[in-house]
Design a protein around this ligand. Sequence first.
Ligand SMILES: NC(=O)c1ccc[n+]([C@@H]2O[C@H](COP(=O)([O-])OP(=O)(O)OC[C@H]3O[C@@H](n4cnc5c(N)ncnc54)[C@H](O)[C@@H]3O)[C@@H](O)[C@H]2O)c1
Length: 371
Amino acid sequence: MTGGLIDRGSRRVGAGSSERLRVAVVGAGYWGPNLARNFRASPDWDLAAICDLDVERARSVAETVGGTPVTSDVPALLRDPAIDAIAVATPARTHHPVVLAALEAGKHVMVEKPIADTRERGLEMAAAARSRGLVLMADHTYCYTPAVLKIRELIEGGVLGDILFVDSVRINLGLIQPDVDVFWDLAPHDLSIMDFVLPGGLDAASVSAHGSDPLATGKSCVGYLAMPLECGAMAHIHVNWLSPTKIRQMVIGGTERTLVWDDLNPQQRLSVYDRGVDIATVSRSTAPDARAARVAYRLGDTWAPALPEHEALSGVVAEFAAAVREQRDPRTSAESGLRVLSVLEAATASLAVGGAPQPIAAHTLEEGFAR
Ligand SMILES: NC(=O)c1ccc[n+]([C@@H]2O[C@H](COP(=O)([O-])OP(=O)(O)OC[C@H]3O[C@@H](n4cnc5c(N)ncnc54)[C@H](O)[C@@H]3O)[C@@H](O)[C@H]2O)c1
């Protein structure tokens, strides 16, 4: 981000200003109301408007937050110089035009995951924000949950040791989305979490994807991703819209300890197991059965880190305001959104060739500028 004041069709927002910022939420379907509620409750923001092509939807959401102007006219909303920022919660295929129009109008933007429906469009959005000195933030909501913040802290503090594997399961009876398959709908959560907590982030050269569409919906409803990470760990993600049981679980295994995150168990979301496999350095010549002798199982304690209780989206909207005021990239930047898109795009390519590993493109913003 560049320094100085920003004045591009919106109010002048100075670095370090404590003035409340004015935001409009675009998209009042399933997720938009959660954004509206959190902006309304935030000391950083005034919720200036709710916009949806279906104005009745916008109106019913406005009522739940104590009344806010509503509109179905996105261009008119973007012309309003009193609005500093736009939060986009429309379907993925519409992110690119809505976000580009908002940036063109000089608004800072927060956009839902996946930030775009192709990597190319995501690059264009990120480059547009950067060239205008505006914030473009990805709403990677999970990165603001107490559980994920704690996981990052534990990994950073070396509690797990070197990471050996990540196994993530995100399955339930989900809404079959009209514009994206189950990978693009659900895997952004797992990928953005991995990008946030792992020491090397989402650093992988290739991904293989297997999907199935047993109900002939025209897109994968069940999906598996396998991705060897550059740090040497193996990552696996299972996403599924057809499972009658809901599971939200990530297991991160390390050389020292293994962490299990069960997001549906509020009593014990995180468990750290001091258990694992030690490879003993027994020389082949001295051990009668070298293979058996080299493996030892460690059976230590299990503990549950204490987690504070707060809604992730309150952290999301606070970070968005801080990034605008401090004129810096947010914690979940457009770049993190692009890293997620790069994996998703490679996964789509892998699906098309029956699951063979496909290279994950580099995601430099400079590439976007070169276009
Ligand atoms: N961060 C999260 O945890 C999370 C959770 C759920 C959904 N999402 C994301 O939020 C986005 C929206 O998902 P949803 O389930 O709320 O979708 P939805 O279909 O329920 O709602 C989308 C709304 O956007 C409106 N809309 C569509 N195009 C528009 C446009 N051009 N201008 C204004 N309004 C428009 C529609 O009328 C609809 O009301 C998706 O990107 C989805 O992946 C994020």
